[in-house]
Ligand binder design. Structure first.
Ligand SMILES: C[S@@+](CC[C@H](N)C(=O)[O-])C[C@H]1O[C@@H](n2cnc3c(N)ncnc32)[C@H](O)[C@@H]1O
Length: 394
């Protein structure tokens, strides 16, 4: 249902309404409610000291019908559904049409309703005496409402570094500072319904551990579908918009079958074993499943050099059997039309399909796209150098 709503939201209100009518309001409502709660991070509010308690009711409506869920937040955490005990202050009610909610969550930014949701605060007979005479209104009373309203207005998109820390991936911190580069290379895709595939879910053999970067991408790309590939079974981490697949990245058949089912992808990231033969096999297998203008990222390039940890080598930095040497050959491929002698290099399948490469500390980005400009001066130098008054190469 999530995928159907994202696709419908891309097409507009009428398609979302048709999807809701087909499945029924109750059949659809859990999807946007789940998404709102994922993005609102109410658990962070629950962890605040002395913030008290707050509760709200999210009501979704469609064609005269409505469905609601009660959300209570307090020192004990976030509770969905019936509260353990009555709230000190009655819950605030946030009312939104289910189509408007789906468009705000999954549609292009211009479809987010400027009116926002309706907020029904508790009765003034309860609130005014408290506000005038006390006891003070707990901080969470406003905070929980504000977080959900922000989500429905799609305001305040977080920086990727903030999301990395929030979701517990090492893409920013003591070990790596990758998020600044990801933000630069992926920022323009943020509001698109992208498909992103990351090799390496995290947590290694523990089936319940890891998934930090998958949740980070889910939040960074509010309309994105996120696929995680790991040699270990990570299905326990599957969530709406996050699907994990068990596959060894050194096994081309397993990767191909995953990509046939879930691709093509707008973004592929290799953060798996970091062993050069695995990285190279994955690139060769999955690059064809990247869309035109898609981006392929390879993390932790240090694996290319370290014999003790990733069977790397520093002996010949241009050796294409190792990740960095392999990528360096593609740098020459960007200029494949400029070589004068046939024997200078062997043509590679990606010469014409890689249009850009960017290298940072331990991180490379490879941009897919047409690389056929013609190389007019090289062709004159090869075929008719006398036009330029120079000699041909022997
Ligand atoms: C560094 S962690 C990934 C961290 C995660 N991407 C993040 O940023 O939060 C590496 C993961 O790669 C997985 N892995 C190791 N070898 C693999 C292989 N051959 N194929 C697929 N996954 C592999 C491990 O199980 C581990 O969970």
């Amino acid at each position: 249902m999530t995928h159907a709503l994202i696709a419908a939201a891309d097409r507009g209100h009428a398609d979302v309404a048709a999807t809701v009518e087909k499945a029924g309001l109750r059949g659809v409502a859990a999807v946007p409610i789940n998404e709102m709660l994922f993005r609102a991070h109410l658990d962070e509010l629950a962890a605040l000291d002395d913030a008290g308690e707050g509760s709200l009711v999210i009501t979704l409506t469609h064609g005269g019908e409505e469905t609601s869920v009660l959300v209570s937040v307090g020192p004990g955490g976030v509770e969905i559904g019936k509260a353990a005990r009555p709230a000190e202050i009655p819950p605030t009610v946030i009312v939104q049409g289910v189509c408007e909610a789906a468009l705000a969550l999954y549609g292009p930014p211009e479809r987010v309703s400027s009116a926002g949701p309706e907020i029904r605060w508790p009765s003034p007979h309860t609130m005014v005496p408290r506000l005038v005479r006390g006891p003070a209104v707990p901080r969470l009373f406003h905070a929980v409402v504000q977080r959900v309203v922000h989500v429905l207005e799609r305001s305040r998109p977080a920086h990727l570094t903030e999301l990395a820390v929030r979701h517990g991936t090492d893409k920013w911190g003591f070990l790596h500072q990758y998020t600044q580069h990801y933000e630069r290379h992926f920022g323009h895709l943020r509001d698109r319904p992208v498909r992103i595939c990351e090799i390496g879910v995290g947590g290694y053999g523990d089936p319940r551990a890891g998934g930090g970067s998958l949740s980070m991408w889910k939040e960074f790309f509010p309309r994105g579908l996120v696929y995680g590939v790991d040699i270990a079974d990570k299905r326990a981490l599957d969530r709406p918009r996050i699907t994990t697949v068990r596959a060894d990245q050194s096994d081309p058949e397993a990767l191909r079958s995953m990509a046939e089912e879930f691709g093509p992808f707008d973004i592929i990231i290799d953060d798996g074993s970091h062993m050069s033969p695995h990285v190279i096999t994955s690139f060769r297998t999955l690059f064809p499943y990247l869309v035109e203008d898609g981006v392929y990222a390879v993390e932790d390039l240090h694996g290319s050099y370290w014999p003790q940890l990733f069977e790397g080598s520093e002996d010949d930095l241009n050796d294409p059997a190792y990740t960095v040497g392999f990528l360096k050959q593609m740098v020459d491929g960007l200029n494949h039309e400029e070589f004068l002698k046939k024997e200078t290099r062997v043509a590679r399948p990606t010469d014409r399909t890689i249009k850009g490469m960017h290298f940072y500390h331990n991180l490379a980005f490879i941009e897919k796209g047409r690389n056929e400009e013609g190389g007019p001066i090289a062709s004159v130098l090869r075929e008719a150098p006398e036009i330029l008054g120079v000699e041909g190469l022997q």
